[in-house]
Design a protein around this ligand. Structure first.
Ligand SMILES: [Zn+2]
Length: 502
């Protein structure tokens, strides 16, 4: 049971970033942010710029100038200092600038399930009587979501897609982290199944039935969230519709979601071919595999970023490519599940690839590390270990992601005129020095803690490794206490049973 002190701390932690003054006092986080807001912009001098532009150039010994929310110039340091004489000078020697990463698939509150969700398959084979998430109050779930957002920010995520139902609860707290957000409000309308398919469930399943009421209520949630948040904070927040999973969606729901996205010029998303049981369910009751079901109902297309594609067959891959559907690849989660999604075949079919984390952690650097290895193992190249390259991973994580979130013209690369969403890497580290190819060094050897500063929309949200938008110590303290309570309850009868390794 929480006491009043906890509630006060909770409000302080969460509201600090949202610009809410409590008791008439400006909170520490806000003050710091204001101090770092330089109206005259900032020039990063004598630095390396990993651009992720069309030519994938890495520019050495250059300057990058930020004015307001955009990249105003990239060029010679002396020239840019003369051109922006009043701008703050950020010494970029021994640093590298990268475009902010875009996490296209996250369920943030699931960070409470770290240590439970990585090691037991999908759906989780442990079948505990209570899942960690079910033991969170709604306020605690918000704290977990903000914790995961900050973990992601520290790992270089400047844009994040939160994909759950009921985002309104967390919207203000999430927007307050200072990141760019896509709130992908998730809807399902099946009444005969309550979650993702699993083999035991499939054995006892019945033909799916759908509820108009569930669908209409869900679409109303999307409409309400869109009205309240889309375009907020200088366009940092956008709201997308989402169908939860292929096996939980009626054709009418798929239609409603796609039409909402088209009407509002937004993207949309879904979980697709996430498990073999899902494929079996769709074949049993709809007579087609999941991606082909979506194709039949005109759900595929360039606005769709479909999560997972783990069990797609050749006919599904062809349909996804033909329709220019974007695939969001949760490489680390897939590898945990023992699955290597057919990413090479999807690329060859014409799909853009974006990256996501899914549950438990929000570290996109870890995802890039796993994705590059998984795909190299999967490919059958003449010289193994040459494709994909680190530049391909950044192209997925920033470029592919920018298409998924429907903002390719404004984010995803460091180019003049684009939004200033920038990571500052400290390359003066044993594992990054020396390096002729800093992007390769970072993806293969790097750590989130190499990022010393993060700029989103032209503002520092982290600087000198310090989060500026909220009180991170208070957030951690509270998160730790929530974790202790939840996990003590789960583990009170002993350790989780482990399968024997034979
Ligand atoms: Zn997911």
């Amino acid at each position: 049971m929480k006491n009043n002190n906890d509630l006060t701390l909770n409000r302080r932690t969460l509201l600090a970033g949202a610009g809410v003054a409590l008791g008439g006092a400006v909170l520490p986080g806000l003050e710091s942010l204001a101090q770092n807001d330089n109206d005259d912009g900032v020039v990063f001098t004598n630095t390396t710029v990993v651009s992720n532009d069309a030519d994938r150039r890495t520019l050495k010994n250059v300057a990058l100038a930020v004015q307001n929310d955009v990249i105003a110039a990239i060029g010679d340091s002396d020239e840019l200092l003369a051109r922006f004489p009043r701008a703050e000078v950020y010494d970029g020697r021994r640093k590298a600038l990268l475009p902010g990463l875009i996490n296209c698939h996250a369920h943030l509150a699931a960070t409470i399930a770290k240590g439970f969700n990585e090691d037991f398959g999908f759906p989780n084979s442990l079948q505990l009587p209570e899942s960690p998430e079910s033991l969170l109050s709604s306020e605690e779930a918000t704290v977990m979501s903000v914790l995961a957002a900050i973990e992601g920010l520290r790992a270089g995520t400047t844009t994040m897609v939160q994909n759950v139902g009921g985002i309104a609860r967390d919207a203000e707290a999430l927007a307050g982290t200072g990141q760019r957000w896509v709130f992908a409000e998730s809807v399902r309308d099946i009444t005969t199944v309550d979650g993702p398919m699993s083999p035991p469930r499939l054995a006892n399943s019945v033909p799916p039935q759908f509820s108009d009421r569930l669908r209409e209520d869900g679409m109303q949630r999307i409409t309400d969230l869109h009205s309240a948040w889309d375009g907020h904070d200088n366009g940092r927040v956008s709201v997308f519709p989402a169908a939860a999973l292929a096996e939980l969606s009626s054709p009418q729901l798929l239609r409603d979601v796609r039409e909402f996205a088209e009407r509002h010029d937004r993207g949309y998303t879904i979980h697709m071919t996430q498990s073999q049981a899902e494929v079996d369910f769709m074949l049993r009751y709809h007579g087609v595999r999941p991606a082909l079901f979506l194709d039949q109902h005109e759900f595929l297309g360039p606005r769709l970023f479909a999560a997972h594609a783990r069990y797609c067959d050749a006919s599904e891959i062809a349909a996804l490519g033909r329709s220019d559907t974007i695939i969001t690849h949760q490489a680390a989660m897939a590898a945990n599940r023992g699955v290597s999604p057919p990413i090479t075949a999807l690329r060859r079919a014409g799909c853009r690839i974006a990256l996501g984390t899914d549950n438990n952690n929000t570290d996109l650097l870890h995802v890039m590390k796993t994705a590059i290895s998984l795909e190299r193992i999967q490919r059958n190249d003449e010289i193994p270990g040459t494709l994909p390259q680190p530049e391909d991973m950044l192209a997925d994580a920033a470029g592919g992601g920018s298409h998924a979130v429907n903002q390719a013209s404004s984010i995803g690369s460091l180019e003049v005129g684009k939004k200033a969403d920038i990571l500052v890497l400290d390359t003066f580290k044993p594992h990054l020095t020396p390096s002729g190819r800093i992007l390769s060094a970072w993806i293969h050897n790097g750590q989130p803690s190499d990022i010393e500063a993060v700029v989103v929309d032209g503002r520092f949200v982290m600087r000198d490794h310090r989060i500026l938008t909220l009180d991170e110590d208070a957030l951690l303290e509270e998160s730790f206490n929530i974790g202790e309570r939840v996990w003590n309850r789960i583990l009170r009868d002993g350790p989780l049973p482990l399968p024997p390794l034979l």
